[in-house]
Design a protein. Structure first.
Length: 375
């Protein structure tokens, strides 16, 4: 061991390879699935997928190098800037597919709501790390963070983007739970949400969103309409069996029966060709990544780092859980891509920010002896 450490440069040896190697394998597997989804071509999906991951991996390395005091200093300004960008989307945002979610920066189109997912985690971690322990059960511990969540969610719902809104709420809610707020508050909030669900369904959701929820319960009732996505996804997954039909031999995606085979339903594309074995590999890698993130949170030497790591892990988990339930017909189709496999820059950006933040907290843990959870 001593010889190997002397041969390998210390900055390389100190990286969390137990997480990075499975992640690299997952991205490579995703590129193979996207190659097949394009009919056996690297363009337009697989090549850009690998390129984006390379760029965002460098970005994650930069995030991982940030010192704790710099992150604390920039947290609230970053939240305000992205909130202003969300407001700008409503005024001058680019419209695609009937949704107004993007800012055209000339060299790229940016979706500010994606940036808010990790930023809300760091913002609430900053708030609770600065809050005296005795005030954790006070009104300040509940209403100020709730307002910090509600402001961006309000803008995102106007776009409209229900999936991203839920992701922001979930990430923020997990940080609030980990911060030690009384469990009864969450139970009361859950009961209130259930009571308000009928009102939200009939008066808060648009017609297409209502149809997506109803279709989840009985997709076969409109198999050629609103239930088409889920029905074809189930067919693709089921037809793969244990070992799949073989690489580049998927009929559902190649014959264009499966909608969005390279984005939201990439897991169905994979399962048809690689079967149960491929699905277990993908889920196994996700388990490794999530377990590593939870370990980073547990080993954190202060409240700020612990809450960041817990919230970032929860954000990645939200993407994974919702996408997998969606493609299996257990959740409405809400446009949540599968991390590190789906083609799309916005999703890759968000999840690699989360990975970079986890690597950052992991470095803090390594460089600073554990001294409790007080800042």
């Amino acid at each position: 061991m001593a010889v190997s450490r002397s041969i390998i440069p210390d900055p390389i040896a100190r990286q969390p390879w137990g997480m990075l190697i499975p992640l690299l394998l997952l991205v490579a597997f995703g590129a193979a699935v996207l190659f097949s989804a394009a009919g056996g071509s690297w363009d337009p999906y697989a090549s850009s997928h690998v390129l984006r991951f390379g760029v965002f991996l460098l970005m994650a390395a930069v995030i991982a190098s940030l010192p704790r005091q710099f992150v604390r200093l920039m947290t609230y300004p970053a939240y305000v800037v992205i909130l202003l960008m969300l407001g700008a989307v409503e005024v001058m945002g680019a419209v695609r597919g009937g949704a107004q979610r993007w800012l055209d920066l000339g060299f790229m189109e940016l979706q500010p709501s994606e940036l808010m997912k990790p930023v809300i985690v760091v913002t609430l971690a900053m708030f609770y790390s600065s809050l005296p322990a005795g005030l954790t059960t006070s009104w300040r511990a509940l209403f100020i963070p709730a307002a910090l969540i509600a402001l961006p969610v309000g803008f995102v719902l106007l776009q409209p983007d229900l999936g991203t809104s839920l992701a922001i709420v979930f990430g923020g809610g997990v940080v609030m739970l980990l911060a030690g707020l009384p469990l009864r508050w969450f139970v009361a909030g859950g009961v209130a949400a259930l009571a308000a669900a009928p009102l939200v369904f009939f008066f808060g959701l648009q017609e297409y969103q209502q149809r997506r929820i109803l279709t989840m319960f009985e997709p076969e009732a409109d198999a050629l309409g609103d239930g088409y996505h889920i029905a074809q996804s189930k067919i693709a997954i089921g037809s793969g069996g244990i070992f799949g039909k073989g690489f580049n031999n998927g009929s559902q995606s190649h014959l264009q029966y499966l909608p969005e085979p390279h984005t939201d339903f990439v897991f169905a594309t994979m399962a048809e060709e690689w079967g149960l074995v491929g699905g277990l590999f993908v889920i196994g890698v996700f388990v490794i990544i999530l377990r590593w993130g939870l370990n980073v949170a547990r080993r954190s030497q202060d409240r700020f780092g612990s809450l960041i790591a817990g919230g970032m892990t929860a954000t990645i988990f939200f993407y994974i859980a919702v996408n997998l339930m969606m493609v299996m017909g257990m959740a409405p189709v809400v446009g949540i891509p599968l991390p590190f496999m789906s083609h799309g820059g916005s999703s890759m950006l968000t999840n690699m920010i989360c990975i970079g933040a986890l690597m950052m907290v992991n470095r803090w843990n390594r460089d600073t002896p554990r001294s409790g959870l007080a800042d």
